[in-house]
Design a binder for this molecule. Structure first.
Ligand SMILES: [Zn+2]
Length: 248
C-alpha cells in the first residue's frame, strides 16, 4: 500500500506544512485519514482519479484535521458527480456542519446522501471492504470521552497505526499512548505536539514498528530533538514533510 502525507502540521500551519491530512492507497482505491488540508486539491494536483476515493475517516473534529473536507464535499456535490464515498465521524456534528455548509453556500443543490454517505463511529472495527479494514481506538485528547480516536489500518497484509491526537501531558510518559502502538506494525504514525520530545521518545523506544513516522509536531525545534534521539528506536524514524509518500 502507499501512504502519502499531504498535511503534516498541527493546529497552526507551519511553513510548507498544512493541517494533518493522510492519504492511503490500497487495492486501487483511496482513503483519507483526516483532512486538515483540501483533499480535492491534493488529489487534483497529483492527477489522481478522485472517483477512486472510497472513504474519509476523521480522528476527531478539530479544524486542523477536518476543514479540508469542505471543498472535497462541495466538488462532489456539483461537479464530480460520479464520486461516491463514505464519511466517518466521531460525532454527528461533523456531518451537520458539512451539510449546513452545502445548504447555505450552494443554493439549489441538495445534499446527495445516496453518494456521500456518513456514519458516526465508536470504538472497534468501523470499516471493511475488499482492500482495507479500519479499527478505531479511543484517545483522551478531547475531554469528552468517545470523541477522539486513533486508527489501525490493515491492508495488503500490512498494519499501520495512526495515533490521532493524544492527551496533553507534562509527564515523562504518555498515559494516553495506546498499547496497540507497541505491537508489530509496518508503520506507526504518531502525533508529536502534546508532550515533550523526551516523553514521546520514551514511548516510541518501546515500539516494534518497522517505520515510526512523527507528524503534527509542535514546536518545530522538536524535529531536531527527535532526530538526535533516533538511536533509541528499534524501527526507522521518519519525519515526513508535506507531499512525502512511502510504499509499505
Ligand atoms: Zn491536531
Amino acid at each position: 500500500m502507499k501512504i502519502k502525507f499531504y498535511g503534516t502540521s498541527h493546529g497552526v500551519v507551519e511553513k510548507d506544512r498544512a493541517g494533518q491530512c493522510i492519504f492511503l492507497e490500497a487495492g486501487g482505491s483511496g482513503y483519507f485519514f483526516d483532512m486538515g488540508k483540501s483533499g480535492i486539491e491534493c488529489l487534483r494536483n497529483d492527477e489522481y482519479d478522485v472517483n477512486k476515493v472510497k472513504a474519509v475517516f476523521f480522528t476527531h473534529l478539530d479544524s486542523d484535521h477536518f476543514l479540508g473536507i469542505m471543498r472535497f464535499v462541495e466538488l462532489a456535490v456539483w461537479y464530480f458527480k460520479e464520486m461516491k464515498y463514505k464519511l466517518f465521524f466521531p460525532e454527528e456534528r461533523g456531518f451537520t456542519f458539512i451539510k449546513s455548509y452545502v445548504d447555505t453556500m450552494m443554493a439549489g443543490c441538495s445534499f446527495p446522501e445516496d453518494r456521500i454517505r456518513h456514519e458516526v463511529f465508536t470504538e472497534g472495527e468501523i470499516y471493511k471492504d475488499e482492500n482495507i479494514k479500519v479499527t478505531a481506538v479511543r484517545t483522551n485528547h478531547l475531554h469528552d470521552p468517545g470523541k477522539s480516536y486513533g486508527f489501525l489500518i490493515e491492508a495488503e497484509g500490512k498494519r499501520v497505526y495512526i495515533t490521532g491526537d493524544l492527551q496533553y501531558t507534562t509527564a515523562d510518559r504518555l498515559s494516553d499512548f495506546p498499547g496497540i502502538a507497541r505491537e508489530k506494525l509496518d508503520m506507526l504514525v504518531s502525533e508529536g505536539a502534546h508532550f515533550s520530545s523526551g516523553a514521546l521518545m520514551n514511548e516510541l523506544s518501546c515500539c516494534e514498528a518497522e517505520k515510526i513516522a512523527v507528524i503534527h509536531v509542535f514546536p518545530q525545534n522538536k524535529y531536531d530533538e527527535l532526530e538526535n534521539e533516533k538511536h533509541r528506536l528499534k524501527g526507522e524514524l521518519i519525519l515526513p514533510k508535506d507531499g512525502d509518500e512511502y510504499i509499505i
